[in-house]
Design a protein around this ligand. Sequence first.
Ligand code: TYM
Length: 333
Amino acid sequence: MSENKTILSLMQPSGDASLGNYLGALKNWQKLAKEYNCIYAIADLHTLTVRQEPAEKRRRSREILALFLAMGLNERDNIVFVQSHVAAHAELAWVLNCYTYMGELNRMTQFKDKSARHADNINAGLFTYPCLMAADILLYQADLVPVGEDQRQHLEITRDIAERFNNIYGNTFTVPEAYIGKTGARVMGLQEPERKMSKSESANANNIILLNDDLNQIANKIKRAVTDSDNVVKAGPEKPGITNLLNIYCAVSGKTIEEAEMEFAGVGYGAFKGAVAEAVCEELRPVKDEYERVLKDKGYIESVIKDGAEKASRIAYRTLSKVYKKVGLLPRG
Ligand code: TYM
């Protein structure tokens, strides 16, 4: 991979950040940030597709930004910003709406899932959400987008939209690729291991590990995770609870599933869960300490937000004016 690659990803402040967000996305962002210049942002416009308490949303936006900073995704080596502060996202999203077909959007599994869950509010934003996400990515000519498995389909539609636009108007957008880790890309609920661990659906507090939980709570939630009763630590479709815990353990320890199965051969579920809890707590302890420290530094967070918006706008508007010109909008003069 060339040093000049652009890496970009966003996270919604739709709920407090979860272990799924951490293992599926943030841990890979951190890895890539060591080698590349990266662009990371809070996807606050996306959260408008589902009704939420405005004050809560503002709190979470700051907290998730503080989490980025605590993980070393700082403003010196990366661009860190808030999506709504760069109006080009909404502007390009409108253009891309006009280059995306209803049939394509209809196939999005996230749209189907969310409209089933929020049947009283199936708004147009929920439907055209992938166009805004495509705008986020294409504005910055991103080469690589580190995400969890649940975003794969959105990356595919982004590629289709970019290719379609390039075919009509000549090379305008870099066609991005998804970067999805081998383990941790799909962390499941601890109480419902058939379903994704989701920060916006934390009705059962024991189902989800939040980075805001204290370490005791985290360890207890892992120890209470639903499993089967045959007491054999082995991954498989008939053992979703144990498979999920193995997946979490491997994402944290860097081991493969086979190595972990060998490590815990002949060990009962109690001891296995204890080992997973310890590994997760050791992983999160330094992140949480640094997060608490950064969160108190309100002036620093505000300065990152301001600076990030300026840096991101410069890049975004370069792409947007190219697009406006190609589609035949009059220049401002
Ligand atoms: P969001 O905010 O739901 O999640 C942020 C990131 O966390 C990953 N993730 C998970 N990974 C593993 N296991 C889980 N249980 C889990 N839950 C969430 C997600 O895959 C994501 O990488 N639409 C995006 C936000 C977005 C975006 C973008 C991402 C907006 N514009 C442009 C990339 C590029 C979303 O809702 O992620």
